[in-house]
Design a protein around this ligand. Structure first.
Ligand code: SF4
Length: 429
């Protein structure tokens, strides 16, 4: 039975309880400083910024930009009873009525994360014989997993985490370091809101490496969950029918293609699939079109192998949910992880099941019907490989001075710290 924690970070989820079985903060609490920063990741804070924009003092005015995670869009599609593209346009229409000037989709940023993860995997694979930390490589897109690794697992795991920034933080960088420049705005004049499926992304946004202390601005100023935005719509009695359908904007302006696409996989950008296919081609000259998962312990612990003439060339795993993560960590401690890459996500089922959107209205439990509907909505989007996305090629050239540049390495990668030696609480996930 799940254990409940009375952990209500102010302004995050007032009046509700977080389940310990779903708690991704592992040591069960936030520091005072973190609580304060998290309290600024709220609707109230966005409303404060919007209110300042209506005052005469233009020095306090900000340009509001919202970026929507593709994992949030199926939630709105189901809630609005619309197809995913129409739901995205209605959501964009709603955000613009609030006073948000630009609304983006973070799929473009996820493309950068995927391409950088692919490149890093190849580099790690090639140095595996003289670097004991090179493999396995763990994916880096889930802040719940990163926080648990840094807080609890420490050096056992952190050197193995891919340094590519998560889609959220690439988007933050893109908005504050590319888009704001195009708009001739200083980064602190842009207030960047990210709409996401989970609360953990609030913790990621306040990490110090994503804060510019000189300009006192964050790459992502505020993360709001899909559920928080939907609540706001309900509070304001917004009728979806009456909302304007407004197409999303593109960071490249008119030149950008705003048609919604998705990446491969079950709803979490498909890092495993992308790196697997890339590595098969790059390392062994093999084209992989279809990926066949082998279920190991359950649907959230799966394996993919690449074989040639009876020899296993690659062995990757997808490990979702803390119960399975515990198994992975246990094997890691014993030196018995056979995989070269593990896609790790804290939520069972992946990002569509994020607790900021998939909880039932009664709270506590995930709404399985809603998740299934969201999966159907998500899979209706066409797939596009990041390798063939012209916007990514343009941005690599114009913004980052090429794929191998210092600029790309600085802006698209991050690092991890071993924060403490907190022992995991005695619990069964
Ligand atoms: S797996 Fe869950 S906690 Fe991790 S990024 Fe996805 S929704 Fe957030």
């Amino acid at each position: 039975a799940p254990v409940t924690l009375s952990l209500d970070p102010p302004g995050v989820h007032e009046g509700s309880q977080l389940l310990l079985s779903a708690c991704l903060s592992c040591d069960g609490c936030l520091s005072e400083e973190e609580s304060l920063k998290i309290s600024q990741q709220s609707l109230e804070e966005v409303e404060r910024v919007l209110a300042l924009n209506k005052k005469c003092d233009v020095s306090k005015h900000k340009v509001l930009v919202a970026s929507i995670c593709p994992q949030s869009l199926p939630f709105f599609a189901v809630k609005f009873g619309l197809d995913i593209t129409e739901a995205a346009h209605k959501l964009c229409g709603f955000l613009k009525t609030l006073g948000v000037q630009f609304v983006f989709d973070t799929t473009l940023a996820a493309g950068f994360s995927i391409l950088e993860s692919q490149r890093e995997f190849i580099q790690r694979y090639r140095r595996r014989h003289h670097d004991s930390h090179a493999l396995p490589m763990f994916t880096s897109s889930c802040p719940g997993w990163i926080r648990y690794s840094e807080r609890v697992l420490g050096s056992l795991v952190t050197p193995h985490i891919c340094t590519a920034r998560s889609p959220q933080q690439v988007m933050g960088c893109l908005v504050k370091k590319y888009f704001s420049k195009q708009q001739k705005l200083s980064p602190e004049k842009v207030y960047h809101v990210l709409v996401a499926p989970c609360f953990d992304k609030k913790l990621e946004a306040v990490r110090e490496e994503f804060y510019n202390s000189l300009l006192e601005t964050r790459d992502v100023d505020c993360v709001l969950t899909s559920g928080e935005i939907y609540c706001l719509m309900e509070q304001r009695k917004v009728s979806v029918e009456e909302l304007d359908s407004v197409p999303l904007d593109h960071v490249l302006g008119e030149a950008g293609d705003v048609a919604l696409v998705r990446h491969e996989g079950r709803g979490s950008e498909g890092f495993l699939e992308h790196v697997f296919k890339h590595a098969a081609k790059e390392l062994f000259g093999l084209d992989v079109h279809e990926i066949t998962y082998k279920h190991l312990r359950n649907r959230d612990f799966q394996e993919v192998t690449l074989e040639r003439d009876g020899e296993t060339l690659l062995q990757f795993a997808a490990v979702y949910g803390f119960r399975n993560i515990q198994t992975l960590v246990h094997r890691m401690r014993k030196g018995r992880v056979p995989y070269q890459l593990v896609e790790v996500l804290s939520c069972p089922g992946g990002c569509l099941s994020g607790r900021g959107q998939a909880e039932s209205e009664a709270g506590g439990k995930v709404d399985k019907v809603l998740i299934q509907q969201m999966e159907e909505a998500y899979s209706s989007l066409p797939i596009r490989l990041p390798e063939v996305n012209p916007a990514l090629h343009t941005l690599y050239q114009e913004w980052l001075q090429g794929q191998d540049s210092q600029q790309a390495s600085t802006l698209l990668h991050t690092q991890y710290r071993n924060q403490s030696h907190t022992q995991p609480p005695h619990m069964q996930w």
